[in-house]
Structure formats: C-alpha cells, structure tokens
Design a protein. Structure first.
Length: 384
C-alpha cells in the first residue's frame, strides 16, 4: 500500500486488514485483525456467523464503491470464496491475489478454478509462478516481502528495527519463538518451558529469550511462566517451601520476554525453537540453527492430515524439498525429544554448519529487496 501510494498519490484504499493498513488507508478502512485472526478448524466454525456477516458486507462494499481493482491478500478461506463471488457479481471486476494461498500443499486441482476467478496472481516463491502459469493462471513472481522488511524496515514504519546487527552469538542463549497468536502460545509455550528444564539438567548455564509479537502476548507468556513455576507440591515444612520457592524464582529469572525483538534474538541466540510460520523463514534468513514445533487442537490436526499433500510443514524444508530443520508436530512435540535435537545443534559444529549452509541456499530463492515495489508496479499495470 505504501508503494502504491508512492507511485500514485491520488489512490484511495478501502477494505479490511490490520492497524498498519488502516494507518495508510485512512478512515474508510476496517481494522478487523483481532476478530478475523482465528486459527484452526474449530475456531473458524465457532466464528462462522461473524465471517458470514463480514463476507456479505465486503461484497456490498465492493459493489457500491466499484474499485479499479480488488487485491486479495493471503487468507484463502475467506478470499478464495470472495474471488468466486466477485466473478459472478461483477465479471469485469479486476481481481488480483497477492501472497498465494498454499493450494499446492492441499488442493492443486483448485488452481484451474482460481484461473477463472482471478485476473492476476502475485506470488512470493519462484516455484509457485511456474506451477500457476502452467495451469493457466497468469502469475508474476515478485519476491518475498520478508527480505525488504528484514533488510530495510525503519522504526518510523511501525515494524521496529530489524537490520542485521553486529553481534556474536551467545553459546548459552536459546531463543524461543512460540508463535504470534494467543492460541498458539497457550499450546506451545508450556512445551518449550518443559524443554528448557530437560536441557538444563545437563547444561546449567543456559538462559532463554522469548520473542513476543505484542505486549498482550508478552503478558500471556508471563502468566504461563508464573503458573508453570508455581509450587504445586505441599512442602513438609516452611523451610522446605522457602528453599523450593527460592529455587523456582531463580529458574523463572532465566527467561526474558522481549516484545518486537524477534530479529535481534535470532541474531544473538546460538540456537532456537520456532513455531511453524513465517518466523521459520526469518530464522533461516538470520542463519540461526533451530528446530520447528507446532501443535493445534486435535480436530484441526486430523483435518489438516487429511488435506495437506506436502511432506513438510516448515517452509525452509518445503523450499529445500528435504528436512533440513527437524520438525516436531503435534504428538511428536515432546520436551525430551526437542531437548535432544537442540543439544545436537548446541554441541555438534558439523550439524550447525550443515543447516546454516542450507539456509543460505534458501535465502537465494526468496529474491532480492523490492518485492513491494514490484507488486505495486504489477497492480498499477493491470488497471492502467
């Protein structure tokens, strides 16, 4: 949106998104992230009424405003249905999709239908462009916006600083990245805490920095830590209670929660444990050896197992077409197994260097900076 505005200052934006999008667009833009950012099959079902209402409101808004183009960003459960409805409602409406839905992972047959609903696809991985163009959907590879965000973002843009910093990795520091949604954190962070206990049985000098995407998530993490380190066993004496309390207080202090400092942690930590998502590509970009963890509600997991057709969950592994990062998904996300994999990356220089070498190959696939400018250029060319 900033790149579009830079290219044409008279552009107006309407729609739905997050606070940063609203800051660019102005008043006629709805910040719906808090309500729309649900994860998992059961959560979507519970909020079906809300999404149905928003869906029809969006269609009415587009019909009334008659925009030069509708740009759909990721969010396939909502946006692919919207694209299909728009093609019926207004066949001449320009519909552009940015950040390809990962249909190649769960339903490649849907690509031919998408070709009928969409005028243009803008994708962030090179293999997606080949796949879509072969299926008749006109597609342009613009590069991954993460690259410019990590290389160039400035504090004034609302992202926080993320340029590469000149700092040595701390061999006793482990980065913990339990996700960017509250539901993810509640599922994953307790497992990470137990994993740290396993690690410290043999490595007493370890300490841990936890990345929080917001102040609200940081508060949730502190609550989980406090509950996890609370004394659960009744002591036999006040002295024993005091000793145990002092011990747990010291253990609790080994965790430092940092808000909006993901990039800094990834460059300082020796290894990390990262929840599946865009953070796995960030970790690869910053060359931090890590293991991947993910856990969702069981109905969501079983539904995913039925739908997903790819061998790996983490994008570094998908791009490499092999498991370069160990994946611990659902019932495999056990603290002892996670600790064993982390210990391997702490103690085995060959394993570390092998993983970092693979990360460098992946970074090349993501393209150079300028993804947003290339996407804006393609959008403006489409409506010219």
């Amino acid at each position: 949106m900033r790149s579009l505005r830079s290219a044409d200052v008279d552009l107006r934006f309407i729609g739905r998104g997050g606070p940063q999008m609203k800051a660019v667009a102005g008043t006629n833009f709805q910040n719906w992230v808090d309500k729309s950012g649900v994860l998992g099959l059961w959560e979507v079902i519970k909020h079906y009424g809300y999404f149905r209402k928003q869906f029809h409101a969006t269609l009415r808004e587009i019909e009334k405003s008659k925009p030069d183009a509708v740009v759909l960003i990721d969010y396939p459960g909502f946006n692919l249905r919207l694209a299909r409805a728009l093609r019926k409602q207004a066949p001449a409406q320009k519909v552009i999709y940015y950040i390809s839905p990962q249909v190649w992972a769960w339903n490649r047959g849907r690509i031919q239908k998408m070709a009928r609903w969409l005028d243009l696809m803008l994708c962030i991985f090179p293999f997606e462009a080949d796949l879509y163009n072969e299926s008749g959907l006109r597609t342009i590879f613009v590069g991954h916006p993460m690259i410019e965000r990590l290389r160039e973002r400035q504090p004034s843009q609302g992202y926080g600083s993320a340029t590469k910093i000149d700092i040595e990795r701390d061999p006793n520091l482990i980065g913990l990245f339990p996700g960017s949604r509250a539901r993810e954190v509640k599922k994953i962070f307790p497992i990470l805490i137990e994993t740290t206990r396993e690690l410290r049985q043999s490595k007493q000098n370890l300490r841990f920095e936890v990345a929080a995407a917001s102040a609200g998530l940081a508060d949730e993490m502190r609550k989980i830590l406090d509950e996890n380190f609370a004394t659960h066993l009744l002591p036999s004496s006040r002295g024993e209670a005091r000793v145990r309390g002092d011990f747990e207080s010291k253990e609790r202090q080994l965790f430092e929660i940092k808000v909006d400092q993901t990039a800094e942690i990834m460059q300082h930590a020796y290894v990390g444990i990262v929840a599946s998502g865009s953070a796995t590509l960030e970790a690869a970009y910053f060359r931090m050896p890590f293991v991947l963890i993910y856990k969702v509600a069981w109905p969501t997991y079983f539904a995913g197992r039925l739908l997903v057709k790819v061998k790996y969950l983490g994008m570094p592994n998908v791009l490499a077409d092999k498991e370069i990062v160990p994946e611990f998904i659902q019932h495999r996300a056990r603290p002892k197994d996670l600790a064993k994999a982390i210990a391997q990356l702490l103690d085995n220089p060959t394993a570390r260097e092998r993983m970092i070498s693979e990360f460098d190959k992946i970074a090349v696939q993501l393209g150079e900076s300028g993804a947003s400018e290339r996407a804006a250029t393609a959008i403006l060319a489409e409506i010219a």
